[in-house]
Design a binder for this molecule. Structure first.
Ligand code: ATP
Ligand code: ZN
Length: 595
């Protein structure tokens, strides 16, 4: 305490601890050793309780870090050995026994099991895991692997034994990054916290002035100097804004810790507070409200073009693209053809938000939405093909027009389905008080409208380029604030312009984890109402704490002036500080909303 007080003095600012120290030393100097000692005892007792309670919140975060085992069983050169996780290298094969905690991030190469991922993603249902078809290919791009192949350090294996190939060093795995980000979050200051800092800056000097003045009370009322001094000291204690100072940080810390346990990473008090306040939430469509796993539903060829030709060209080009539409086309197209197309195009150039261009068998190929072809040189879309596109779009299809050289080969229709949890999530958010739910999509307006209608979104904006999404967010932001939910990859600019950027499925994506203010670790929308609810509850508790602690000062100061003793004044003062922290700890027990 003394150190803290001196430290603050050195940086030239009065702090609460300093006030208390003045009171204690003052009492002792005047020969009232007993009072001085009582003051110090009560004071440190209060602080000990407060530290203990705050420790509960920080402990919740610390517990997260201890989820990962410290050793792993590694297969190297035909033998197995137990090594420290810090000695694991990318590419190592780790053996995971049944019911053991997984020691590293990686993908499954042997065995099947179901893994409880709740510690990382908050998903209550275990996720089935199976080996990747080709380990060599998987290791080249592990971040694009499906959930049934990937595993995370800190999750708990089910009843099957697994062998996994390590993709991340222990210091760099998802768990380590989450722990680090939560730790950083603790140090970020929320707006309300800044407010209380501000109050302290003016408030403390005013209190000191009042206390100095009260020393001269014996000049006005008839009493000995020592009586005036005691009163001044009691007022000093009564006026110390300890509870006020701890009101917000204690709640923020508990809120962040609770969220982390529920698979929601909140990067600081700022995002935690704003999420509970925003009147509107905007969602990206593909991969956020929909599964992001579309199916090829229609193949319409232009006159005199064979379906094989259309599909072969489209597959050769799209196998180079990593857009979800592209992988769907490659997968379903080959199935429809009944053969694997191994021919690959060259020189892929993507036209953001519109489509792709590439060279294939001596021709320049363009694939994309209607507007692509009014922007690149070449003949316009013939009327009968345009009619077919319109028909598909009215039917809720995403369309991909294919042109080879000067010839239009046809149009492909794809359909994505809304996530199962989407409709319920939207309803849940509405019940929590979010007034407006919007959708931003690069897809055509008909598809956007169809999805919005199905899941209960208020308004859908389609045909948006990434920069249009940013503009839309800016506009919403200036009319009351908006949170943006996306995958954090191509929505990063829009997310950055929102009051709060929320990324989904962040456990699998470093980029998303980095870009978001709030990250839903699981690829599951239903954790969003939990985050919003928790955030609102945090704001409520902060408000209660602020009122209570200010109320206590407003009561105690006059009471002390009118003669309340030092003992009760200190007890009430420290009691209120502890009460504030305990109130904040209630957040640790905030229930997860089950969908
Ligand atoms: N590789 C591609 N092949 C064909 N068309 C593409 C490709 N990439 C994008 N497009 C076209 O551009 C449109 C917009 O793509 P963009 O990536 O901006 O949005 P999205 O992520 O698919 O949708 P949302 O904005 O709803 O998440 C797509 O709907 C599609 O018509
Ligand atoms: Zn205090």
């Amino acid at each position: 305490m003394v150190q803290e007080a001196i430290g603050e003095l050195i940086v030239g600012r009065f702090e609460i601890d300093f006030l208390m120290l003045v009171a204690a030393v003052g009492a002792a100097l005047l020969g009232a050793w007993a009072e001085g000692a009582l003051l110090l005892v009560l004071f440190s007792l209060g602080h000990a309780l407060e530290h203990y309670a705050m420790g509960r919140a920080t402990g919740a975060i610390q517990a997260l870090a201890e989820l990962a085992p410290s050793t792993a069983i590694v297969k190297r050169g035909g033998t197995t050995a137990e090594v420290s996780v810090n000695d694991l290298r990318v590419g190592d094969i780790v053996v995971v026994k049944p019911n053991a905690r997984i020691a590293a991030d990686g993908f499954v190469i042997e065995g099947t099991s179901s893994v409880n991922q709740a510690p990382i993603t908050g998903e209550s249902v275990p996720v089935d895991k199976e080996p990747v078809p080709d380990a060599g290919q998987a290791s080249r791009k592990p971040s694009s692997l499906a959930a049934q192949h990937r595993v995370f350090a800190g999750t708990v294996n089910g009843s099957g034994a697994l062998e996994i190939q390590v993709t991340k060093l222990a210091s760099d795995n998802t768990l380590a990054r989450v722990v680090q980000m939560v730790a950083e979050a603790e140090t970020r200051i929320s707006p309300t916290q800044q407010l209380t800092k501000h109050i302290q800056l003016y408030y403390v000097p005013i209190v000191l002035g009042l206390v100095a003045l009260l020393h001269f009370a014996w000049l006005v009322v008839e009493e000995p100097f020592s009586a005036s001094f005691y009163r001044a000291m009691a007022v000093l204690v009564a006026a110390s804004p300890c509870a006020l100072a701890i009101a917000t940080p204690s709640a923020t810390l508990s809120g962040i810790a609770r969220a982390a346990r529920g698979g929601v990473l909140i990067k600081g008090g700022g995002p935690l507070e704003s999420l509970g306040k925003v009147p509107a939430i905007a969602f990206d469509k593909t991969g956020t409200l929909t599964t992001g796993n579309p199916k090829l539903t229609d193949v319409l060829t232009a006159d005199s073009i064979a379906e094989e030709e259309l599909l072969r060209v489209a597959i050769a080009v799209e196998s180079l693209s990593d857009h979800p539409l592209a992988s769907a086309l490659v997968r379903d197209g080959q199935q429809r053809l009944g053969q694997v197309i191994s021919a690959e195009a060259e020189n892929l150039r993507s036209v953001t938000g519109r489509g792709v261009q590439a060279d294939f068998e001596g021709q320049s190929i363009a694939i994309g939405k209607r507007t692509l072809f009014s922007e690149i040189p070449g003949p316009p879309i013939p009327p009968e093909l345009a009619a077919a596109i319109t028909r598909l779009e009215t039917g809720g299809r995403t369309t991909m027009v294919v042109r080879a050289g000067q010839r239009y080969l046809g149009v492909l229709g794809l359909m994505d389905t809304p996530r199962q949890s989407a409709k319920q999530t939207i309803a849940c958010l509405r019940k929590l008080g979010v007034q407006q739910m919007l959708m931003l999509s690069g897809d055509n307006q008909s598809v956007a409208d169809a999805v919005a209608q199905e899941i209960g979104i208020d308004e859908a904006f389609g045909d948006l380029m990434p920069e249009d999404k940013v503009d839309a967010i800016r506009k919403l932001q200036s009319s009351g604030g908006v949170a943006m939910v996306g995958d954090g990859v191509n929505d990063a600019p829009a997310m950055a312009n929102a009051a709060v950027g929320i990324a989904m499925g962040a456990a699998g994506s470093d980029v998303a984890l980095e870009a978001a203010d709030i990250a839903l670790m699981s690829d599951d929308l239903s954790h969003l109402p939990f985050a919003v609810g928790l955030s609102r509850q945090t704001s409520r508790i902060v408000r209660q704490n602020l009122w209570f602690s200010m109320g206590m000062v407003v009561f105690l100061v006059p009471a002390a002036i009118l003669g309340l003793d030092m003992g009760p004044a200190v007890a009430l003062h420290e009691g209120s500080t502890v009460a504030v922290v305990i109130n904040a700890l209630r957040l640790l027990a905030y229930p997860s909303v089950d969908p």
